[in-house]
Design a protein around this ligand. Structure first.
Ligand code: AHM
Ligand code: MG
Length: 338
């Protein structure tokens, strides 16, 4: 049986893109290598070198840095930094962007959450890496603020690698969303989920409900609404929450439904980071026919004010996200039972 590898897919895509120089193809190939190294380390965690547990450091978010967080960050940064394809690398784990030395600079900006789902590392629950690629927009060789704070709709590509029961690489450029599964015996990603399309509506909601006392009334109303029985609208919805965005998003992409991380009293701007988490997932979901919103605004239209900006996130099936927006705006309240 002829199977398409991720490397072949990217090369073919390059051939069919007018004016392509091969720089994007090279960058993607380096991302794949880094992803395989991180995947191997995640799979061996607990039996190889002592890679589980904390480094003792605190990151820009004020969170404790796990050893695997640091390993993933170093792996992606080192490999991509030397690829000659990027001029800056921005990581959720680093306060400041890493500007590549002039001699090695390429035209792309690489954004990443090198290891998403830190709280699940030590308990063998799915974790992942999220990345996003932008083109440098300013003239000349220097990297400017405007290059690093672009609205999500300017992404050239976005994807994630999920280190779950198998390792999957989900990618979108501008030609659909495709999932590739790692064959560990060959060390190759093979196309397993071509042209992913999210269902119009799901029957699952995903949110950290332990935060409920910090939500506003509209958010409480929305979640209560999803729990009320009404078979005509597939309610009550099931609750699924892993606590790793990559895993919760992946399930939502495949099965439909809605993932929510709203702003609340504890996190007035939301918890998830725009450039490293929300914007890439929004780019992917829109290319799969879904929707991503702050509750009142399209995620991809936001121009972040700072690199580590946080944002509320409602992402998933178009009907489910539209319903959430409607209820949160107050408009849907009178027509929606409970
Ligand atoms: P991380 O990037 O430090 O792992 O944090 C982000 C994670 C997301 O993966 C997940 O959706 C969310 O934080 C879970 O947060 P909470 O534990 O508050 O439910
Ligand atoms: Mg994260």
């Amino acid at each position: 049986m002829q199977r398409t590898t991720l490397v072949q897919y990217i090369r073919q895509r390059g051939f069919s893109t007018p004016g392509a120089t091969g720089e994007f193809t090279s960058l993607m190939n380096e991302i794949i290598v880094a992803a395989k190294i991180v995947s191997l380390e995640v799979n061996r965690a607990g039996i190889g070198e002592d890679i589980l547990g904390l480094t003792g450091k605190i990151n820009i978010q004020g969170e404790e840095v796990q050893k695997l967080d640091e390993f993933a960050d170093m792996t992606f940064t080192t490999i991509i930094g030397q690829s000659g394809t990027v001029c800056a690398i921005c990581s959720e784990e680093r306060d400041e962007p890493l500007i590549v030395p002039k001699t090695d600079r390429g035209k792309y900006i690489f954004m990443m959450d090198p290891l998403d789902g830190s709280s699940n590392i030590d308990v063998n629950v799915g974790i992942g890496s999220i990345f996003s690629i932008y083109r440098k927009v300013s003239e000349g060789n220097e990297v400017h603020d405007a290059d690093l704070r672009q609205p999500g709709h300017k992404q050239v590509a976005a994807g994630y690698v999920m280190y779950g029961s198998s390792t999957m690489f989900v990618l979108t450029t501008d030609q659909g969303v495709h999932g590739f599964t790692l064959d560990p015996s060959l060390g190759e990603f093979f196309l397993s989920h071509p042209n992913l399309r999210i269902p119009e509506q799901g029957s699952t909601y995903s949110i950290n409900e332990g935060n409920m006392e910090n939500w506003d009334e509209a958010q409480k109303h929305l979640v209560n609404h999803l729990k009320v029985s009404d078979p005509a609208t597939r309610r009550p919805y099931k609750l699924r929450y892993i606590g790793t965005l990559v895993s919760d998003f992946h399930r939502t992409l495949l099965k439909g439904g809605i993932f929510m991380y709203p702003s609340d009293k504890k996190s007035p701007e939301g918890k998830l980071r725009y450039a490293f988490e929300a914007a890439p997932m929004a780019y992917i979901v829109e290319h799969a026919g879904g929707r991503a919103s702050t509750g009142s605004q399209r995620i991809l239209d936001i121009v972040p004010e700072k690199l580590h900006q946080r944002v509320p996130l409602f992402v998933g099936s178009p009907r489910d996200v539209a319903l959430a927006e409607n209820i949160l705006s107050g408009k849907g309240r009178s027509q929606q039972p409970a």
